[in-house]
Design a binder for this molecule. Structure first.
Ligand code: ADP
Length: 517
């Protein structure tokens, strides 16, 4: 009986120890899995550090012994892979005196991290000193008791970025020096037109320093007569992104205003305006010369007007005397003289008109007349003198206008004579009278001559502007006809414009209001 009891007891103990074994086995497998996971993570972490492009090393103890160094830093050191275990300055003695030892000591002994950007370091690679730039982080590393045991280093080789940055800085410096050296006044403004830079010429001219130039509203330097126009045109350019181009007077350090040609162009990035570059060139001498030229022309025109008008009278007298004498050989020559005298008279009147405009004395005598008939008469007169031309007239619109008949005639004659003058090889001119929306009537004169380049299209309406080319010499003129035409049409509240292609010809058009008020 006792034996049976013993056996039972033993069986019970066996079952219990089996269960305990199972529990231990379970725990063991759990620990093994956790261990494997940890190993896996350490492996991943190590391979991440080893393969990283960042330069990573751990320097142990006061000697900064290389405890660990990843592939990237070993490559940059260029001293082979058996550097681990050696003190840093034994491996790279050349960097000791470049401040590195000081930084490492500071981190190791004071326990404070140190960071540096674009730090230049020269080190010996295969016998050659190579200068590189690094972003550095030196961090103290602690043991479980909180004592510093070494320095962790993470660095990045930023040599190419630093060199690029240095290049950009150098070229910016060169640009500034070049801009300061220039006699032109150069300024830069942001996308909204607020100035951010003025060159030395500005400082010299205004007597203000850079800060004062930037603080003083620009507009204060512009002559009050021109400030409104400048503001309007600048607003328009800022809105449209179109170049700014105007003449205005700017105040100098002595308080005198001098004429300048002011130009601004928009700098764009992907079509978006990022800034504006402006140049102002002094044209005071040019303006004074222009004034002298104008005064001289005014004087000459006054002096010539009377004799030329009387020549015309005598020519007409002679023409009427020989009118019925069919065999008189002087007849064609008299017509030629008349044509030339007409030209001269027109030129003289243009000169006199110039000074009238200057004094704001160009008045309009408006009357009702048929624009169609007026055009027909003008064409008849011109064809009478220019026998070899072919002028076509298209009456798309027929009706009366209220305008200054002579002045409108002057514009039309200017358009037609220019069309003939600037068409040496093709004497065909097409003229059209047409009606525009908004109650405007228009006249366009189309030729097939030399045409005008895009850059000159708006400038030909300026006083004395002539397209500069060899043609300027070939085609006689003073560059005032279109200026006067523009003034006349503006005074009629109309519009004048031109479309042209070099080599294809030009089409000059004016529009005037049709209303009879
Ligand atoms: P001018 O003909 O006396 O020089 P304008 O004021 O009439 O003066 O014209 C200004 C400039 O515009 C001319 O010098 C010429 O270069 C250009 N121009 C005017 N009309 C034409 C045209 N039909 N074809 C080509 N160029 C023209």
């Amino acid at each position: 009986m006792d034996k049976e009891l013993q056996i039972k007891e033993l069986e019970k103990e066996l079952a219990e120890s089996r269960q305990e074994k199972l529990a231990v086995e379970e725990q063991l497998s759990f620990i093994t899995a956790a261990n494997n996971k940890l190993k896996e993570e350490i492996y991943q972490l190590k391979s991440l550090i080893y393969s990283s492009t960042a330069l990573i090393t751990f320097l142990k103890g006061p000697e900064h012994r290389i405890e660990f160094a990843n592939d990237s830093i070993i490559k940059v050191w260029g001293k082979g892979s058996d550097v681990v275990g050696k003190p840093l300055f034994e491996v790279l003695p050349e960097i000791r005196e470049q401040g590195i030892q000081g930084y490492l000591h500071q981190v190791y002994y004071q326990g404070e991290p140190y960071h540096a950007r674009s730090l230049p370091v020269e080190h010996n690679v295969n016998g050659e000193m190579v200068k590189s730039f690094f972003d550095f982080s030196y961090m103290p590393q602690y043991n479980s008791q909180g004592k510093v045991i070494g320095v962790g280093v993470i660095a990045q080789d930023v040599t190419s970025q630093t060199k690029l940055h240095q290049k950009v800085k150098k070229s910016e410096k060169e640009f500034r020096e070049l801009v300061d050296f220039m006699p032109h006044k150069i300024s830069i403004a942001d996308a909204d037109g607020n100035p951010v830079f003025f060159n030395q010429s500005w400082v010299d001219y205004t007597g203000l320093n850079m800060e004062e130039c930037l603080e003083a509203p620009w507009i204060k330097l512009i002559h009050p007569e021109h400030s409104k126009k400048f503001e309007d045109e600048m607003k328009e350019s800022l809105k449209s992104g179109k170049d700014l181009d105007l003449e205005l007077k700017i105040r100098n350090r002595s308080g005198d205003y001098k004429w300048h040609l002011h130009r601004a162009i928009a700098m764009k990035d992907d079509g978006i305006i990022t800034s504006w570059i402006s140049s102002s060139t002094e044209i005071q001498k040019l303006k004074e010369e222009e004034q002298r030229k104008q005064d001289f022309l005014k004087l000459v025109s006054h002096e010539l007007k009377t004799p030329v008008t009387s020549i015309k009278g005598y020519v007409q007298l002679l023409q009427s005397i020989i009118q019925n004498d069919e065999n008189n050989i002087t007849k064609p020559y008299l017509y030629r003289i008349e044509g030339q005298v007409e030209r001269l008279i027109r030129l003289i009147s243009e000169m006199l008109d110039l000074s009238r405009i200057e004094k704001n004395e160009l008045e309009l005598n408006k009357e009702n007349f048929s624009l169609n008939e007026h055009l027909e008469n003008i064409i008849e007169d011109i064809s009478y003198i220019h026998k070899d031309v072919q002028i076509e007239l298209d009456h798309e619109y027929e009706g009366e206008v209220k305008a200054d008949k002579d002045r409108i005639g002057q514009v039309i004659i200017n358009f037609i004579t220019n069309a003939l003058k600037y068409s040496p090889d093709n004497k065909k001119v097409q003229i059209k009278i047409f009606k525009e929306e908004r109650n405007m009537v228009g006249v366009s004169v189309r030729d097939f001559g030399i045409g005008i380049e895009q850059k000159d299209l708006t400038r030909i309406f300026q006083r004395f502007y002539r397209v500069s080319s060899e043609n300027e010499k070939t085609y006689a003129g003073f560059g005032i006809g279109l200026y006067l035409s523009n003034e006349i049409i503006e005074r009629h509240n109309g519009k004048i414009f031109v479309n042209s292609e070099p080599g294809e010809g030009s089409e000059f058009t004016f529009l005037i209001p049709l209303n009879h008020t």
